[in-house]
Design a protein around this ligand. Structure first.
Ligand code: HEC
Ligand code: CU
Length: 336
């Protein structure tokens, strides 16, 4: 027999181990157990049904096994046929079939089915390792941004998901399930945020070294604020930095950065890097790598290959003053 203190310690240890993964499930930014819209709620339900269902079946099997052990016959009578066919064949078939039907039904909420409501559209394109975001129906034509999606709350939003390079997975757990971004095609998932708020997302399909730093945030706004949001994005940035040759920063940016980074929200560069028109009001740099502060921006420009190793932006060879001038230019022209 173990000393009492040891038994207590063991029990506490086992409980802590069990509690750790569960603690991560509730009220976390990426929790599927804390749904915030009709695309995600059915998934949470499926999860609970599977959790309690498998627990019940597990306990049933455990009970039968215990019963069999306790009532073992000397000469080992074979179990009854009915039990074998019922429990071994019929039960799994029925359970799996019911789960399948239930699962398919639950996915309906995320299908872009015709609806009488107006649907807001956002295009999201995966890149190694960031998300291009655009609003094709914005007044005056498509608007571009990156790693942040602004949507109206309480309105169905169709996210058209595609990719520039490899397969990525678009996933905002509190708003809906995962959908793959597959080369050569566009998949559409319907999400809706019931209330204004901030909903975090990640890339859910391994896509290379910086897969883990490919985060995005969905900001849901009161629906009536959405036109102003889009107008602010339309007014962000500058039309063409090449026209602004009076400052060192604009000149350096044009020479070293403009090939990959548009500063005009209406433009998509041919060699795409994130559109920087609204960089000054974005929360993060490098798809969740750094919090966007003046210091972090300067740090990113100098050391982004150390902060996000392998990312697809080449290290520019500029003197410190050059980086500072570009940072000043970016801040000056991408904040309202
Ligand atoms: C060859 C294309 C290319 C060039 C040239 C380039 N970048 Fe980038 N840049 C990228 C890519 C790709 C990313 C996305 C990196 C990531 O998050 O994985 C990026 C990210 C950034 C970001 C972070 C944006 C965000 O929303 O997270 C900033 C700021 C930035 N670049 C500034 C610059 C500046 C300033 C220059 C010029 C000195 C420059 N870049 C030159 C491709 C380029
Ligand atoms: Cu990815």
């Amino acid at each position: 027999m173990m000393p009492k203190a040891c038994r207590h310690a063991l029990r506490a240890g086992v409980c802590a181990l069990l509690a750790l993964p569960l603690a991560g499930c509730f009220e976390q930014p990426l929790s599927i157990l804390d749904p915030a819209g009709p695309g995600a709620a059915p998934i949470t339900q499926v999860w609970w049904v599977m959790f309690w269902g498998s627990l019940a079946i597990y306990l049933l099997v455990l009970g039968l096994a215990t019963y069999a052990l306790l009532h073992r016959r000397r000469n080992g009578q074979a179990p009854r046929r009915a039990l074998l066919i019922g429990g071994g064949l019929a039960l799994p078939i029925v359970v799996v079939f019911l789960l399948l039907a239930y699962g398919i039904r639950s996915g309906q909420a995320m299908l872009p089915l015709p609806t009488s409501q107006t649907v807001f559209r956002v295009d999201v394109r995966g890149h190694q390792w960031w998300w291009e975001v655009s609003y094709p129906d914005a007044p005056g034509g498509a608007l571009y941004s990156a790693n942040e999606i602004h949507i109206p709350a309480g309105v169905p939003v169709d996210v058209h998901v595609s990719t520039e390079d490899v397969i990525h997975g678009f996933w905002v757990p509190r708003l809906g399930g995962k959908i793959d971004a597959i080369p050569g095609r566009t998949n559409v998932i319907r999400l809706r945020a019931d209330a204004p708020g901030e909903y975090h997302g990640v890339c859910a399909e391994y896509c290379g070294v910086q897969h883990a730093r490919m985060a995005l945030v969905v900001y849901a706004h009161p629906a009536e604020d959405m036109p102003a949001r889009l107008a602010a994005l339309a007014g962000a940035g500058v039309d063409d930095p090449a026209d602004l040759q009076d400052t060192q920063g604009a000149r350096d940016f044009t020479q070293h950065c403009l090939a990959c980074h548009a500063m005009n929200p209406r433009e998509r560069s041919s060699q795409p890097g994130p559109n920087l028109a609204d960089l000054g009001v974005r929360a993060m740099l490098g798809a969740g790598t750094l919090e966007n502060t003046p210091e972090a921006l300067r740090d990113w420009l100098r050391h982004h290959q150390a902060r996000k190793p392998g990312n697809r932006m080449p290290q520019a060879g500029l003197p410190d003053a050059g980086f500072d001038a570009i940072a000043d230019f970016l801040e000056h022209s991408s904040t309202p």
